[in-house]
Design a protein around this ligand. Structure first.
Ligand code: FAD
Length: 346
């Protein structure tokens, strides 16, 4: 939220009709924490815009900042010169191919990144898939807060989004039996009942407004994020289980980090600094180091939660710790993704 505000895009995101949420809660067996969203800057809120709305705001912002945006163009290959990436080959939606030269190619193309595959970026850490995420959208579910819940072997989130709908995401171990496809709706509701009985009751009064989305490809990894003429940002560089709901914030932070490293290294593309290979390589090396040190600890913590195996002893420990106001504040910060102190609750 802070970065959207800094980029001058927060008002536009809210203007899409996505409700700003200032309250959040966390429930686990014997635990209920409620509070307001803490923040260092002005954006004392979280929100969950649908991607069709968020992506459009981001693309418009990029164009205003000088980017040329081409909808429906796929990167299909890389153009190499002297052992460095020097551009991409693309295919437009009408099938027309083209080659684009570039001094730096940034793969911000998701966890199945084409750029990462084409440069052969190795995994520097791989922890496999731990959970499945099943989610859908409900009307008639009251509550204007971000709700996170954890039960035995299941966790999830409920977040109000556009059009009066509430997104309810349920996550459970990849080892959990799935049963027949026709049983999936029932399994989703049973898991919700196990982790968040109040929400299960609320959806019984509400109405499901979309199909059930079942996502099982949620690996946990870091890839080598840079090389000659290329860099990776967002899920392409580092993917984590979405249980902590941090992926978009992390992608924003990484974009800002890369930008900062290039600016610090005087590699501003518009001033031609990217043409200096050594300077660019040094800036990219700084980005790779900063990315690892910023995201390693929150990754570990997220991994621990995504195992969905908190013992009763750990839950009891958390219950006691939450009586301590500074701990509680740190806990709320972590849940809301407030910047800078994510791992203070580990
Ligand atoms: C079930 C689920 C729930 C989640 N919940 C949350 C949440 O509540 N909060 C949160 O912050 N995060 C959440 N995430 C994570 C979040 O969606 C990602 O971390 C985030 O979208 C990463 O952004 P990105 O830009 O790196 O990648 P993406 O959002 O995947 O964007 C990649 C873009 O690249 C494009 N692309 C891919 N290949 C090519 C190509 N060859 N040529 C051209 N374009 C290409 C794609 O079309 C896409 O537009 C969730 C993820 C899942 C799966």
């Amino acid at each position: 939220m802070e970065l959207l505000a800094q980029w001058g895009l927060l008002d536009e995101v809210l203007a899409t009709g996505c409700p700003p949420l200032t309250e959040l809660s966390f429930t686990a067996p014997g635990i209920r924490v409620e509070g307001t969203v803490p923040a260092d800057g002005d954006a004392r809120m979280v929100c969950a815009p649908r991607r069709y709305a968020l992506d459009e705001v981001l693309a418009r912002g990029a164009v205003r900042a000088g980017a040329e945006f081409r909808q429906g163009v796929s990167v299909t290959g890389l153009h190499w010169e002297d052992g460095a990436v020097a551009g991409v080959t693309c295919r437009a939606s009408d099938g027309r191919p083209s080659v684009e030269r570039a001094r730096l190619v940034i793969g911000a193309d998701g966890r199945r990144s084409t750029v990462a595959r084409l440069v052969g970026a190795p995994y520097t850490r791989w922890d496999g898939r731990l959970t499945r995420a099943w989610y859908t959208y409900w009307s008639g579910v009251d509550g204007a807060s971000l709700r996170l819940f954890l039960g035995k072997g299941v966790g999830g989130t409920a977040i109000p989004t556009h059009d009066g709908l509430t997104l309810i995401n349920v996550q459970f171990s990849v080892d959990h039996p799935l049963g027949a496809r026709s049983e999936r709706d029932r399994l989703y509701l049973d898991l919700l009942a196990r982790a968040a009985p109040e929400l299960r009751e609320a959806v019984a009064e509400g109405r499901r407004e979309d199909r059930l989305y079942c996502c099982g490809d949620l690996p946990n990894f870091f890839r080598r994020p840079t090389g000659p003429g290329w860099a990776l940002v967002g899920d392409a560089a580092h993917h984590k289980d979405p249980l902590g709901a941090q992926g978009i914030a992390d992608a924003f932070e990484q974009a800002a980090l890369l930008d900062q490293c290039l600016a610090d290294g005087q590699c501003d593309g518009r001033r031609g600094g990217l043409g200096d290979r050594e300077r660019t390589a040094a800036a990219l090396a700084r980005y790779a180091t900063a990315l690892e040190s910023r995201f390693a600890a929150p990754y570990e913590e997220n991994l621990r939660h995504a195992r969905l195996a908190e013992s009763e002893q750990q839950t009891a420990g958390l219950r006691v710790a939450l009586d301590d106001p500074p701990f509680r504040e740190g806990f709320l910060r972590t849940l809301s993704g407030a910047p800078g102190k994510q791992n203070e609750v580990s």
